[in-house]
Every structure is written in structure tokens, then in C-alpha cells.
Ligand binder design. Sequence first.
Ligand SMILES: C[S@@+](CC[C@H](N)C(=O)[O-])C[C@H]1O[C@@H](n2cnc3c(N)ncnc32)[C@H](O)[C@@H]1O
Length: 465
Amino acid sequence: MTTVLEWTGKTAAFELGRRLVDGAEAEPRRDGAEREPVPRLVDGDPEREGRLGDGRPHLRDADGTVHVPDPHENLLVIGDNLPALTALLATHRRQVKVVYIDPPYNTGNAHTYKDHGHDHASWLSFMTPRLLLARELMREDGVLFLHLDDKESAWAQLLGHEIFGEDNSLGTLIHQRAKGGGNARSFVRGHDYVHVWARDASQVGPFLTEKKSPAKLEVIDGRRMLVETDVLRAGFGRYARGSERRLMYEDIVAVKGEGKLAEVDAKLASGEYILRPWGTEGKHAVVRVTPAEKASSKLYSIIKALGGQNDLEPLGLAGVFSYPKPVELVKALVASQTFFDPDAIVLDFFAGSGTTAQAVMAANERDQGSRSFVLVQTPEPLRSKTARAVVVGGGAELTGGAGANGQAAEGADGTGGATAAGDAEFPTISELTAERIRRAADAHSPGLIFTQLEVVDGEQRPAAT
Ligand SMILES: C[S@@+](CC[C@H](N)C(=O)[O-])C[C@H]1O[C@@H](n2cnc3c(N)ncnc32)[C@H](O)[C@@H]1O
């Protein structure tokens, strides 16, 4: 492939990424040589800040004990995603089916990406080692969704081609996130891009979506089936609230005649329909069951999903985080590649408000799956002043200017912000992430267990107990 993307710092960024991918390997090198220690990154700039530490990044729990997670454990890792991804190599190398990331363009913490106006070079240097690590964590049939707006999209696309190989680019989806309105300079922007790459495109199956969303998935006799319980109606038109509109099997002849009964019986015999006890009169509903694999269609490249704030509201977290992505969108992306893979591992290392965890829970709720999530988020403060400006100003556009958020965000930044209430409750974004996971679990997956860990960037490794 011809390399078309050059920037200052590119070589160092790739070298750092490759060294982390290679150096974190638990086993000794095949050639018997000693491994170099993993460089310790302090400030997201490999050239200035990459330093060698004595140990390898690792994860520890709240007691400070080293924690070696099971790959299928739900995890929230708190800390910079560079050492976090490096630490995860020990347990998750080639294990992750879906990576979804929505990286920032500006943050204000030493361990997070700092925007320097439109300095694409810094952004590319920040993303490069992280994408190399993500690729290493992906299964052979793994896919990565990179969600971006206009600002970095073109650059990111070329970077992705270089990291994954252009042949492994699966295309770009459009996320329609708004409709109409807005105080736009040139035109009203209502969409973002989701670039998609595979580790190996030849291993990746079609991206699927449900054909009929009102139906439910159930496991019947060990097979995953789409179940429709109201295929036979007693009549047309409106029904009084609470009244039964289904035509029970026992009433078919009286309402529709012998011919209809023969038709239904034939479908019962072929297995297309089954009977299910319904109501209190000992009657049966006629239920259509369709094998799940026949009930899907290919994902359309334009996905409309408005307002991630609407997802936070029912959780009592409205306005606490600026520009969360919609659960519906991330759920559609996750489900598209895990339609027949309900045990898959999903990774989001720019977790923000934790949308991806909720999307995984929602996908599991739909098909009784047991997908797990791995989220990474820095303990960055929620920046209340900017967010308050957004809230007071009506919420549509963040024109920043002051402080760390010196860039118009138009839905792209999403790097946090708090109302006064949010501030009090969640001093850091990672605390909000954890609380959102807890609240989403109450709604979708009561009893869900997730492990909250902290990443230690090498140096002193306490003894594992
Ligand atoms: C655009 S937001 C993601 C929003 C998320 N998709 C949601 O729906 O809530 C990006 C997030 O990445 C976090 N972040 C930035 N640099 C990071 C780093 N080096 N390690 C971990 N998280 C980081 C920011 O704090 C922010 O919460």
C-alpha cells in the first residue's frame, strides 16, 4: 500500500505502538532475547513524554491488589487508555469482537489528548499507538468502529487504512444525529461518520440488523427464534385499550371459517407456527416463529439515532454529560456484528458516559445474550463551567472559547461537562461512567456484575494475592 499520510511524529508514534504491542507480551520472545521494558507514557506525546519505566502496565482493584481479569468479565478500567490497553494485552489479546470508539478532539488532562487548535499531527500521534493496541486485542474476525465528525474524519480514515490495511476497510457509515435547526455558518450538520475496519476483512460476516423490530428473540428448543405473538387478529381497526385483539386458535372457525383453520393447521404442521397458552380461558395464541438467521437483513449504511441525552434522562442523569452517543446507535453497531455471537466481548476505550456498556446490556436484553463490555475512561474532572454554558444556552451548540474546551464542538466533543448537580455527584467522568453502568444495569440487566479497576502504569507492582 502506498503511504499517503505523513506528519511530524509519525515514526515515533508507530514505534511506540509497536513496542507496546510487542513488549507487553507475557511470554518470552521467540528468539530468546530479553524484552525491552514497556515505555511509560506520561502525556500522550510519544516524542516528548515516552519514557522507560521498570514495570509493565497492569490493573489493580480498589484494594490495590493486582487483578488479572477473565476476558469475559465486565470491566470499567479507570485511567489512561494507553497503559490500560497495554495491560489488557495480557488477558484480552485477540479476544475482542467489537471495538467502538468515539475519541475526543480536546480534553484537558495530562493523560488525555489535548487539542492544539487544528493540530492534526498531535491527534494522529495520540491515536496511532492506541489503534495499534486495539488491533492487537481484536479477534481475527474483529471489527473496529471509529466514530468521528468532520474535523478528523479524513485524517483518521487514512490512518486507519495504514494501521489495518486498506483492504481491511469495510466502509463508512453515516450516523444521522440531528434534524434541522442549529446556528450553522455554512450548512446545518446533522451527521457524523463511523469508519469501520476489520482485523481481517475476509473473516468478517455481514453486518446484520433485525428485520422486524417489534418481534422478540427467544431460545426455543435450543434455537434462537424470532417470536411474533399477534399474527392472527380477531378483526381490523382500533381496539379498546386492554382488549384482546389476538384471534385465539379455538375461535378461528367461528370468526374466519374452516378455510382459515386449515391454513393455520398447515403452518402448525410445518413448524412455521406454534400454539402458546394465552389468557385465562384455557385458549391458545397462534405464534409465528422464525429462525433468527432468517429474520435479519443487512445493516443500511445510514443510521438515524437522535439524542444520547434522551438515554441519560430515564437514568436520572440528564445533562450531566455533554453529547453522549445514542444507545440505539451503539447497540445497532454492536448487534450487527454479534447477531449470532451473543457471548462476544465489546471494547470502548473512550468510554465517556458509558453508552457502550448500556448498549451491550440492551443487546443482551433483546436476545438473552451474555456479551461483555470492557470500558476505559480517565478520571478526568467533569468540566462544569463549559457544560453549564451549554445548558443555560439551550444546549445545542458548544462554542467553548474559554478554558480547556477551546473549540466548537457541535456534538463532537462530548468530553464531559456537568450541571451543578452533576458536579456534586460526579467529580470525575469515570465516576459518572460507573454510576451510569449501575443505573443502566438496574434497567436492563438487574444483578449485572462489573469490576472496576485502575490501571497502574508500570513502576511498582504490588504482589498479587
Ligand atoms: C467523546 S467522549 C466519548 C463519549 C461516549 N461515546 C459517550 O457516549 O458518552 C471521549 C471520552 O474519552 C475520554 N478520554 C480522552 N482521552 C482519554 C485517554 N487517554 N484515556 C481514556 N479516556 C480518554 C474523555 O474523557 C471522554 O470522556
